[in-house]
Design a protein around this ligand. Structure first.
Ligand SMILES: Nc1ncnc2c1ncn2[C@@H]1O[C@H](COP(=O)(O)OP(=O)(O)OP(=O)(O)O)[C@@H](O)[C@H]1O
Ligand SMILES: [Mg+2]
Length: 465
């Protein structure tokens, strides 16, 4: 059965995310120079030079579109920047290279099988750059004439449009008149009309008309009157992911499912048809594959079935670069009784490039604290910075970073804009870090309800030490 495969439009990708200060919002990129050498403190990242350089090299290969089906693993103790570096990679990828981030535990959803969830994540990370030729009308508006019927219900009109070489008159229907009014098109504007979708875009005002009006906004753009034919063919390029194509073609409500996130399981036959279609398009030169990146955080939470699926999926033609992160040392592989490095089976480990991240030095911690203060708009006195750095070394980097905003609230309460040592001390006494919490639990023995865990120390958190 020959099926019509549609790809939607690039407008789908215009969903903007809400901006808030999150744990990683200070990260803007990998901070590498042209030779891929990491700068000490750049684009929000500090230190961790080896891992950043390795990430940069992999990124370069992805951008050149040379590697697919590779995997890398960031392994290291908690809060050593594994997630941060992966996010930095995503920011350096470029606008139409897809990047998907999942936490391994997302795979265990009730509405979908594990392998379906992983397949969707894989297909979300493969872009298809589609070239389409569309007919457009481009020219300078000479005159718009609108006739209303007596009742006012229907409108008809005429649009006179010209280039330097010719002039044509088009009849307008109600829809086009509305579109022109909405875009506030006037005589003297240079416009482009997409013939298939009827979309009108204003390119600017014609230079020839620049003297006609002297009250013009500062943002008025002047352009030359176009040359040649009014009707032209133009190539438009848009990138969609394989998953978007799957969803658009799998359901009656089409791409609305993408917004609702309610995509359900997609039939393998449909995926096969789409794969065949996409490879046809590739052969015809209509489409290009853009391999992207899939980041699986906390990868030790996957189980043995997922791992064996990954082994196989990485070998497919249409596989993205898979980046994984884990903070486990020797730990149990979920779904088995075996222990293995990072909680990953040996056959998968064999296929991945492993990059380790290391704990930070005093100086690096201080710089990270500095960056976070800037990001959160908090002023820290020099002594407070020293104290917070030593707190970070005694507790954890995350704890210290969390304390910044708490201390700011305390400082504001005593009507000071600058955070002093005393604010940090008070914050430190209000909130416990993990070590003090464990200590406290020991002291409280018997007072809290606890549950006996049987089966040994299989799944304990190991931190690579
Ligand atoms: N090199 C760095 N430069 C700047 N900020 C960093 C750096 N490394 C870590 N951070 C920041 O420190 C915090 C903890 O780092 P991150 O979440 O990346 O740790 P992780 O290695 O993923 O830890 P886990 O194993 O617990 O998931 C984050 O807010 C992160 O943005
Ligand atoms: Mg992490």
């Amino acid at each position: 059965m020959a099926m019509q495969i549609t790809t939607g439009t690039s407008e789908l990708r215009d969903i903007t995310k809400m901006e808030r200060i999150g744990a990683h919002s200070h990260i803007r990129g990998l901070g590498l120079d042209d030779r891929l050498e990491p700068r000490e403190n750049s684009q929000g990242l500090v230190g961790q030079a080896k891992a950043r350089k390795a990430a940069g090299m992999i990124l370069k290969m992805v951008q050149e579109g040379r590697i697919a089906g590779r995997a890398m693993l960031f392994a290291g103790p908690p809060s050593t920047g594994k997630t941060a570096i992966a996010l930095a990679m995503s920011q350096s990828l470029g606008p139409d290279v897809p990047f998907t981030m999942i936490a391994a535990s997302e795979v265990f959803s009730l509405s979908m099988s594990k392998t379906e969830a992983l397949t969707q994540a894989f297909r979300r990370s493969i872009g298809v750059r589609i070239k389409e030729e569309s007919e457009i009308i481009e020219g300078e508006v000479v005159e718009i004439q609108i006739d209303r019927s007596i009742s006012g219900a229907t409108k008809t009109g005429k649009l006179t449009i010209k280039t330097t070489d010719m002039e044509t008159i088009y009849d307008l229907g109600t829809k086009m008149i509305e579109a022109l009014t909405k875009e506030k098109v006037l005589a003297g504007d240079v416009i482009m009309i997409d013939k298939t979708s009827g979309k009108i875009s204003k390119l600017g005002r014609s230079f020839a008309r620049s003297r006609d009006y002297d009250a013009m906004g500062a943002d008025t753009k002047f352009v030359q009157c176009p040359e040649g034919e009014i009707q032209k063919r133009k190539e438009v390029v848009h990138t969609v992911t394989l998953h978007e194509i799957d969803v658009i073609n799998s359901r009656t409500q089409g791409f609305l499912a993408l917004f609702a996130g309610d995509t359900g399981e997609i039939k393998p036959e449909l995926r096969n048809q789409i794969n065949t279609k996409v490879s046809d398009w590739r052969e015809e030169g209509k489409a290009e594959i853009v391999p992207g990146v899939l980041f699986i955080d906390e990868v030790h939470m996957l189980d043995i079935e997922c791992f064996s699926f990954l082994n196989r999926a990485l070998e497919g033609d249409l596989a993205p670069l898979v980046i994984m992160a884990s903070n486990r040392g020797m730990s149990r592989i979920r779904g088995t009784k075996f222990r293995s490095p990072h909680g990953l089976p040996m056959d998968l480990l064999d296929r991945v490039l492993i990059v380790s991240t290391k704990p930070y030095s005093d100086d690096e911690v201080q710089q990270i604290i500095g960056i976070r203060c800037q990001e959160e708009d908090v002023k820290l006195s020099p002594e407070a910075t020293q104290v917070l750095t030593s707190m970070a070394l005694q507790t954890t980097l995350r704890y210290a970073l969390n304390l910044i905003s708490c201390a700011q609230v305390l400082a504001r309460k005593r009507k000071s804009e600058e955070v002093q040592v005393e604010d940090l001390r008070r914050g430190y006494s209000y909130f416990m870090d993990d070590k003090r919490s464990v200590q406290w639990l020991k002291e409280q023995q018997g007072n809290l309800i606890s549950e006996e865990v049987t089966g040994g120390d299989d799944d304990v958190m190991d931190t690579d030490k």
